[in-house]
Ligand binder design. Structure first.
Ligand code: VG1
Ligand code: CO
Length: 581
């Protein structure tokens, strides 16, 4: 082995249960003695093949993260514990930086059957007093399924020791292969390069470049702004927008990854991406976009329209014929969404004669369908959009998908084909015009989400219990009307994976109304403090004439019904949500 391997006695922690997407806690929790080490050892124990020397591919590992505070320390810990557990090759992003989608891509591109460890708490704030996270991704590049994370949790509760190799700190700043012991190497890679190559193989870069040259660079008629929110995507955004698409360097804002994301929430929504929203309005931006801390979320908006994530994935699916990737390999397979996501994409699937799946919240549930060749494009209402090009949601993929859609929609031939019209003096088919056509074809799914962050766990659980007590065919709520909406059914969403038959229960209480409107309640599985209650509200409007209302106006009555039914103010003392999207 070459390095001296030490065994350290440890006491197990009982709180290392991964949530919707990895283990997320305050940094100070991860910094407790042996806390990070224990969890990392549990990952290695659970994912080790029965006979490691007979499975050479499983001794490699991808490692990286979103650049947040404590990431570099965690990487050194993973290298030391990994070497001691038989890992011989670590593929690590330069300076540790690896967006979540880029990490998924590396696992797939280099066929790393052991998968990878991604260090991120995604859109949660970073810094010494904020959050850190560790996520294990399997050999398909996707977040480990619950069958694996349950085992990691079980193992973490019984650990009495971990092993580590006594080796010096590895320099993560130099691209290339570095020997760390007789048997183990660390390969530092420029993940931006491989990721941009991937996007080039998916989208029509020439079409996008030409559209932007004519309308943005030469004439300034179509203004573009990408905000990295000081998360991991800044360097990726610069490469794409400036180097590839030829835009000015000021088309990319907050592009330097910072360990505390500049103090903000690196969460692309109308509340936390307030700088982008203000600039889009003030500077008349025609296409504004942002991504979250680890680069898997996205937001798309313009000076006159905010595209909800549920609508966004439906539009991308609708325009799939104009995206080269979906023309190969037999064309578009199925579509899918997480349960609370609006049913806009179902209508596109229906029109195209495709399968459409409804899975629980969390990207890990899409993986099996993709691996089985049944799913091409999917999304979550929480600003997650992606496809089977990797096994994570992908922020910049969605942003470039939109640029591809816009460029195609402005091609004269396509414009005629799709009967697209510009409502602007510039003659450009805008984001708003694309949405208007979509609503006139499919109707509009009004959608909003109310988040009550960091409420106390006890009242939050009591509220959920109240709702859970009224599920089923004999629910006292069925038949009752609220503001003219009559309840048809109340259940707690349960999912049977069509590929492996695994069952996941208690995924959110759904109140479904006679007109197919829905109110959904669930508790977040990504918070690090107390409980976060999410209420999702959706109403379908088939009439194009009525599709131009403000979302909150269109949903006012349903929102009030949700507040009344759940008694949320009574339980939590909160009269307002923390965030409305
Ligand atoms: C939230 C979102 C969910 C998403 C998850 C991870 O989970 O609702 O749709 O997949 O975050 O996204 P929860 O359990 O808090 O509702 V990310 O960007 O944090 O990896
Ligand atoms: Co994220």
């Amino acid at each position: 082995m070459g390095a001296s391997i030490k065994t350290v006695n440890t006491t197990p922690y009982t709180d290392q249960k991964p949530g919707t997407s990895g283990l997320r806690k305050r940094v100070k929790v991860f910094k407790q003695p042996h806390y990070t080490e224990n969890f990392v050892q549990a990952i290695f124990d659970v994912t080790a093949p029965a006979n490691i020397s007979a499975a050479p591919g499983s001794t490699s590992l991808v490692v990286g993260g979103d650049g947040r505070y404590y990431m570099k320390d965690a990487i050194q810990i993973i290298i030391r514990i990994g070497v001691a557990n038989g890992i011989t090759r670590f593929i690590i992003g330069k300076d540790g930086i690896l967006s979540t989608p880029a990490g998924s891509n590396l696992i797939r591109r280099f066929n790393i059957s052991r998968g990878g460890i991604l260090l991120t708490a995604s859109h949660n704030p970073g810094g010494p007093d904020k959050d850190f996270g560790i996520k294990y991704n399997a050999g398909n590049g996707g977040p480990a399924p619950e069958s694996v994370t349950d085992k990691i949790y079980a193992r973490s509760k019984e650990l009495t020791e971990y092993k580590y190799a006594d080796i010096p700190e590895v320099d993560l700043s130099k691209v290339g292969t570095h020997k760390v012991t007789e048997d183990a190497v660390v390969e530092i890679v420029d993940s931006v390069e491989t990721y941009v190559e991937l996007l080039k193989s998916i989208f029509d870069f020439d079409l996008i470049r030409n559209f932007l040259k004519t309308n943005s660079v030469d004439t300034g008629k179509f203004k573009v702004l990408f905000d990295g929110l000081n998360g991991v995507t800044g360097p990726y955004g610069k490469r794409l927008f400036v180097d590839e698409f030829g835009l000015d360097s000021n088309s990319v804002d907050q592009a330097v990854p910072l360990p505390d994301f500049g103090g903000g929430h690196p969460d692309p929504n109308l509340t936390y991406a307030d700088k982008l929203v203000a600039r889009v309005n003030k500077e008349d931006i025609d296409f504004g976009a942002a991504s979250d801390g680890d680069g898997d979320r996205n937001m798309v908006l313009s000076k006159d329209w905010f595209v909800t994530p549920s609508d966004s994935v439906a539009v991308i699916a609708d325009y799939a014929d104009y995206i080269p990737y979906f023309k190969t390999g037999g064309g578009l397979k199925g579509l899918a969404r997480s349960m609370p996501t609006s049913t806009a994409i179902d209508r596109v699937a229906n029109a195209k004669g495709l399968e459409c799946f409804e899975v629980p919240t969390g990207w890990k549930f899409f993986g099996n369908l993709m691996d089985a060749g049944r799913l091409s494009i999917c999304g979550e209402e929480s600003f997650g959009t992606g496809s089977d090009h990797i096994r994570e949601k992908d922020g910049l993929w969605a942003v470039v998908a939109w640029l591809n859609v816009i460029a195609a929609a402005n091609d004269e031939k396509v414009k005629k084909e799709l009967n697209l019209k510009s409502s602007n003096a510039s003659g450009i088919v805008s984001v708003k015009d694309i949405m208007a056509r979509h609503f006139s074809l499919y109707g509009r799914n009004y959608f909003t989400r109310y988040d009550y962050e960091e409420v106390e766990s006890e009242p939050a659980n009591a509220m959920v219990k109240l709702l859970r007590d009224s599920i089923g065919p004999n629910s006292p709520l069925v038949g009752k009307s609220f503001n003219g909406f009559t309840i048809k059914s109340v259940d707690d969403f349960e999912y049977t994976d069509p590929i492996d038959g695994s069952v996941t229960k208690n995924q959110g209480i759904r109140i479904i109304f006679a007109d197919s409107s829905r109110i959904i309640f669930r508790l977040s599985g990504t918070g690090s403090q107390g409980a976060t209650i999410r209420i999702y509200i959706e109403k379908y409007e088939p009439d194009a004439e009525k599709s131009q209302l403000e979302t909150q106006d269109a949903l006012k009555d349903l929102v009030n019904a949700a507040l009344t039914i759940s008694k949320i103010t009574e339980f939590t003392g909160r009269s307002e949500p923390t965030v409305i999207t």
